[in-house]
Write a protein that binds this ligand. Sequence first.
Ligand code: FSO
Ligand code: SF4
Length: 546
Amino acid sequence: MFCYQCQETAKGTGCTIKGVCGKSDDVSNLQDLLIYILKGIAVFRAPIVSNDTTIVKIDNFIINNLFATITNANFSKADFVQRIKDAIELRKEIKAIFDIQGLKIENLPDAAIWTSDKESDFDEKAKETGVLETENEDVRSLRELIVYGIKGIAAYTHHASVLGYKDENINLFIANALSATLNDDLSVEDLITLVMRCGKCGVDALALLDKANTETYGHPEISNVNIGVRNNPAILISGHDLKDMEELLKQTENTGVDVYTHSEMLPANYYPAFKKYEHFVGNYGNAWWKQVEEFEKFNGPVLMTTNCIVTPKDTYKDRVYITGVVGFDDLKKIENRKDGNAKDFSAIIEHARQCQPPTEIETGSITGGFAHNTVAGLATTIADCVKSGAIKKFIVMAGCDGRMKSRDYYTEFAKALPQDNVILTAGCAKYRYNKLDLGSVNGVNRVLDAGQCNDSYSLVVTALKLQEMFGLADINDLPVEYNIAWYEQKAVIVLLALLSLGVKNIHLGPTLPAFVSANVASVLIEKFGIASISGVKEDIEKMTTA
Ligand code: FSO
Ligand code: SF4
């Protein structure tokens, strides 16, 4: 195996024996083969302009399978074997349409041709389809940057599509970009252009998801979320899937079973459509990597709707349920929706009834719900604060949390920020500082949480709104600094989205991506002023006095 798609990759260079995330060698190889066949499907899909049901099925398949290969989502070998078999079948279907339309491609790539239905062949072929097969380091770096960006786009597009929102242009871009990563004629410059187009498509995907979420569940509202517990049996729901949240809340109503969120599901507490449920108690615990100790103490069953799942301990494994793209052998699976019907959560609800209430690990509340609509409502107050000098800077600290000790930097950074600086956040990065008492400036909270990493669009809208309010020609003239923490591929597309909007001088940490080669890093530094983080003191100095 060779995998370097996330920030926690072994030795900062690549996982080669087993993933730091727990991914086994054979699952990693099968994920490579699956991506390879998806690229082969994309070769036939890209030139077809049509919206017929087979094309819609193919697009959904590509999106679902890209999402399944994202860090910490799916660890099941059997699942990936089945996904590869399905991919090979679907490739035949799309090729048939391609042929009927009279389309032709000289020298079809191997990814569009290679076939087998034997698992043993998959294991062998997988060894030839990995990241290191691209020999030129810069081309490899850019191809992977594009694939990881597309994985992020796929995650957002998947969530939007579950709520019935689609954008044909995003699907077409995914197919074109995937297919382009097989093209040996593309130069480094061509690939850099494609990276930028990927960022632009990322903005569109984020906007689509924002529309889907807010039109379906209302605009997030400023909310004080309880972090204590009640004395009822309960279900803990984690991940990012709001449709699962909706259906679980409906099905648990009047059952005597409470519902709490974990990690990235926290922002569900900000939506009017969910807040109305009396048995929706609040949030339990912290970011994804703390789940082992927190799931243990929760006592009731846990539902993982997307990433990030950590190998569960035997002591609570029987209480973990998975759904959607999540894969993990020996865990109970809640089947996907069929024929427009809701998922059936009766098994997990029944399980909860047999369990003790959660053990209290914290008390009090945390405040969030500062998505773009809320911030727009505070526009005059914020403008007055900036004009009077009460707020000097906004620091965007969105992104992910992770296990590494070096991420203590973000807690220390938040603590050391001068009082006249306000943090804008989204994603699980916020758990590094959302329970500190950082106070407020003239009534404006010093930590404004827009929601999930999926809600990073809100931060973009907020920046554009500020730009308009202050009549600035360039987004970089705003009193906004970017100190972003990344972990997995959704953060990659957020970064590319910001670059495509012209945002410069982003600080990225705790380390720069291993998949960025020295030459690609030089381009990012020269063109966009991207920098890694250094010490808290120097960075505060740099960002607050710039
Ligand atoms: Fe975090 Fe995990 Fe949201 Fe990621 S829970 S790390 S970028 O999956 O998705 O922020
Ligand atoms: Fe390693 Fe990250 Fe890949 Fe897991 S996802 S194998 S930790 S690089």
